[in-house]
Write a protein that binds this ligand. Structure first.
Ligand SMILES: Cc1cc2nc3c(=O)[nH]c(=O)nc-3n(C[C@H](O)[C@H](O)[C@H](O)COP(=O)(O)OP(=O)(O)OC[C@H]3O[C@@H](n4cnc5c(N)ncnc54)[C@H](O)[C@@H]3O)c2cc1C
Length: 423
């Protein structure tokens, strides 16, 4: 099994340079942002002592704005649809051509194969029908199939499923390949620096953010600093005083299994099921493996990466009910990670206001809180950051400002750094 993306060798002294942009955090979001910013011609330092080891290491990689629609999350739907619109070009840019979406295209593992939503019993059928009404009201394409039609497409589906819906617009990418691909392209670039260190906090200079201080000493100076370190964002020193980043860990267990040659292809589509009201999904990869996920729990396991036995049991039981051949697969890996959740399930993305002035704090962009959708949202997070560097922000994304939970946003008092971080 692949290991998380290794940090490249540290420069002799990254502190000796000044970068156009420092990105703190090298998950999919930080990598995507670093990539887009390099494409804009700016120099970038990406700071992370364990890149790719956070939530991105566990993610299934579903690019699923339609299946992921939740009641009363219309603003988030607009952001997800914009991300889905950007994905083909984003993947083509990384895969070095226009072949993205084809089997064997290599690179990121981006595939435009469709999604089937299936229900196990009558109550699941009603729940999926209710959700379809909401999806259709939002203009999204979700078409019912008979069980016979669904099994003609996916012969290994159980004949006992209660319903099936075709969702052609929900696709997938392989997050580990995506990280490896972006990392390799960046490391080959002379104006990119991977800094395999942990950021301690933000540096300030004359009322603006001027880079990041590093744990154990040293600093990375930059004109702009992007905070993209997932759940770790709220722990950074030197965040603007009064800025609340209300992130919470939402743990998920996920399994990787190998399909024996006689059962390939196990599936052509991603299958998203509802089994007695509990969601489960099965994502087929090009390499003959499948990903089965994912539980959602907010308890505090003894170790942050601890896999729940009950979670593994539930995933295998429910996946097998929809696809009996699951019992014949080889279990390769069980992983757990925490999604960076927010109170409204939407990201914290954009600049931070200086309370009462109508101005934003210079040199600082926040990009965290991507919860269940960070892989899907990576291209749009990258595009938003680039727009913020280039000029005025797109008003469509003002709903995701990172200071929306901060009581002092509209007060006359300025945000000021909580703890100034120097070297
Ligand atoms: C089981 C599971 C399944 C999922 N499936 C999907 C899916 O199908 N589709 C989808 O779109 N999303 C999915 N997600 C959600 C997705 O994984 C996250 O939204 C996404 O990975 C968040 O990316 P990130 O880069 O913000 O954070 P992370 O991947 O958590 O990365 C944060 C990085 O910051 C680094 N870091 C932390 N603190 C510091 C510091 N002080 N200094 C430097 N670096 C630091 C860490 O080492 C880490 O590399 C899933 C999540 C889970 C857990």
């Amino acid at each position: 099994m692949d290991a998380p993306v290794p940090p490249s060798a540290a420069p002799a002294d990254p502190s000796a340079h000044r970068y156009d942009v420092a990105v703190i955090g090298g998950g999919v979001v930080g990598h995507g942002i670093a990539w887009e910013i390099r494409r804009s011609g700016r120099s970038v330092a990406l700071i992370d002592d364990a890149p790719g080891s956070g939530a991105s290491w566990a993610a299934a990689g579903m690019l699923a704005p339609v299946s992921e629609l939740h009641y009363q999350e219309e603003a988030l739907l607009a952001l997800m649809l914009e991300a889905a619109r950007l994905w083909p070009g984003f993947a083509a840019g990384l895969d070095g051509g226009t072949g993205a979406g084809q089997e064997g295209a290599g690179g990121t593992g981006y595939l435009t194969t469709p999604t089937l939503a299936v229900g196990a019993d009558a109550a699941d059928r009603r729940a999926l029908a209710d959700l379809r009404a909401v999806q259709q009201a939002c203009g999204l394409a979700v078409e019912p199939l008979t069980v016979r039609e669904a099994r003609a497409r996916e012969p290994l589906l159980s004949p006992g499923i209660s319903c099936a819906l075709d969702i052609p617009a929900d696709h997938q990418v392989d997050p580990r390949r995506l990280l490896a691909r972006i990392g390799a392209l960046l490391r080959a670039d002379g104006r990119f620096e991977a800094v395999p260190r942990r950021a301690a906090g933000l540096l300030w200079d004359g009322g603006r953010v001027a880079g990041a201080g590093l744990e154990g000493g040293g600093e990375i100076r930059a004109d702009e600093t992007v905070v993209a370190n997932g759940l770790g964002a709220a722990e950074l020193q030197g965040l603007p005083g009064g800025l609340a980043l209300p992130l919470r860990p939402v743990y998920g267990d996920i399994l990787r299994l190998r399909v024996p040659p006689r059962l390939r292809p196990l599936l052509r589509s991603t299958v998203r099921g509802l089994v007695r009201g509990v969601p489960v999904y099965i994502v087929p990869r090009e390499d003959g493996t499948v990903v089965i996920g994912a539980t959602q729990r907010e308890d505090a396991p003894t170790q942050s990466g601890a896999v729940s036995a009950g979670g593994v049991y539930q995933l295998l039981r429910d996946a097998q009910q929809l696809l009996p051949a699951v019992a014949e697969l080889e279990l390769l890996e069980a992983t757990a990670r925490a999604r960076p959740g927010t109170p409204d399930n939407a990201p914290l993305l954009g600049r931070v206001g200086r309370g009462g002035t109508g101005q934003d704090i210079e040199g600082l962009i926040i990009a965290t809180g991507f919860f269940r959708h960070g892989v899907l949202l990576t291209p749009v997070a990258a595009a938003v950051c680039r727009e913020l560097l280039d000029g005025p922000p797109d008003p469509r994304w003002a709903a995701f400002r990172p200071d929306r939970f901060s009581a002092r946003r509209d007060s006359a008092q300025d945000f000021s750094p909580k703890d100034r971080t120097t070297a």
